[in-house]
Write a protein that binds this ligand. Structure first.
Ligand code: NI
Length: 396
């Protein structure tokens, strides 16, 4: 591993920032303290600061030389509504809120890179440091784009980095295409007619209809889409009724659909609407479907993915670079940035959890787990990676 010495020397300060953010987690669009801290550090290092994009978003702009090329580096800042089980010194001081996805570390790694780049300026062009709010279900990336992110801060390419438990420290993961899935929420409202449960012939039973619909939905996955197109359809909520002797009026079905391709999502949505409506009709009920495509799939651009993987290979060796990871069905709102600009989303190994300080919770060190903690060993590595990426992309 070829870490940059000044970054290693500064890493205690960056670690203090990471732990401070970890101790003060803020939920989506409430990242006031975090964005204040980010803006103050950028300004302290002489980086031009822009605030207010997507509410609490921050963009730092650093120009050098006369080059016209520009690059965007993105970190997310928000925490999750989870009660932290860790008891170590930097555990959350905000009840019910926790940095359980490592966005504290992503923010700190990008700050570490910004500090170095501002001082040494080993590039020709413009670096845009993008600190976004609300990655966790709030589409903060889309909000920043709607607020003119790429018009105000043009980026020839944009890159995002996420820690990845299970990958060893020093490993990086990339994919030349789809890396994470789309996130789609569906709800189905079944309307029947209530009756005495001993006289069901007098009503239309929405529970019975809902069960037929749920069974039918899985047929979309096994019978309608091409087997080689990955997709998940999970029904996670069914609600109906309040009493054992009453046929209720209505039933409610809710769940999630994940795909890597909008055309597959189109097919699933269309089939879902037909199955719900016509199954209900067959039984004299009605069903309406709400289908919300909240995150598109995260699809890397092949050229930028190869470029980003080459940078990692120079840093940690080809043996530690997975150039085509198995994509996951989780979703990520960096997808919106990859729809707007060429670029690449990448994983940096967070290790197996043995880095956690004494007093950590008994759960695994997995994303969204109450015993998770970002691995501080990544701070100089991730920051060095960002710097090398900038040096190569904006080569003098
Ligand atoms: Ni995350």
């Amino acid at each position: 591993m070829n870490l940059l010495d000044p970054i290693v020397q500064a890493s205690a300060g960056i670690r203090a920032i990471r732990r401070d953010i970890h101790a003060h987690p803020e939920l989506r669009y409430e990242e006031h303290r975090t964005s204040e801290l980010v803006a103050a550090k950028l300004a302290e290092w002489g980086i031009e600061v822009h605030r207010g994009l997507g509410g609490t978003g921050v963009v730092g702009v650093l120009r050098n030389g006369t080059g016209a090329k520009s690059i965007g580096l993105r970190a997310d800042m928000d925490a999750l509504p989870i009660q932290e089980l860790n008891q170590f010194a930097h555990a959350s001081t905000h009840s019910g809120k926790m940095h359980a996805c490592g966005h504290d570390g992503h923010t700190a790694m990008l700050l570490g890179a910004a500090q170095y780049l501002a001082r040494v300026r080993p590039f020709d062009g413009t670096v845009n440091f993008i600190f976004q709010p609300a990655e966790e279900g709030g589409a903060g990336a889309r909000k920043m784009i709607e607020d003119g992110l790429f018009e105000r801060f043009p980026c020839d390419a944009v890159f995002g980095m996420h820690n990845w438990p299970g990958f060893a420290v020093g490993q990086f993961g990339f994919a030349p295409g789809p890396m994470m899935a789309s996130g789609n929420l569906f709800e189905i409202f079944v309307k029947g007619r209530g009756a005495h449960a001993a006289m069901p012939q007098q009503g239309i039973d929405p529970v019975f209809v809902a069960v037929q619909i749920v069974n039918g939905l899985q047929g979309i996955i096994t019978r309608n889409k091409k087997p080689i197109d990955p997709a998940v359809l999970s029904v996670t909520i069914i609600k109906a009724g309040d009493a054992n002797n009453v046929v209720p009026d209505e039933a409610y079905i809710c769940g999630t659909v994940r795909t890597f391709d909008d055309k597959v999502t189109d097919l699933i949505e269309e089939r879902m609407r037909r199955i719900a409506a016509l199954t209900a009709e067959a039984h004299g009920a009605t069903a309406t479907v709400n289908f919300d495509r909240y995150y598109p799939p995260t699809v890397n651009h092949a050229a930028e993915a190869a470029f980003a993987a080459d940078v990692a290979a120079e840093l940690v060796g080809e043996a530690n670079v997975v150039r085509a990871v198995e994509p996951t069905m989780g979703s990520e709102d960096f997808s919106f940035m990859l729809r707007a600009r060429p670029g690449c989303y990448l994983w940096i190994g967070n290790g197996d959890g043995s880095h956690r300080a004494a007093g950590h919770g008994l759960g695994p060190c997995q994303l969204h787990n109450p015993s998770f903690d970002f691995n501080d060993e990544l701070l100089p590595l991730g920051a060095t990676y960002w710097v090398r990426l900038v040096e190569k992309f904006l080569a003098r």
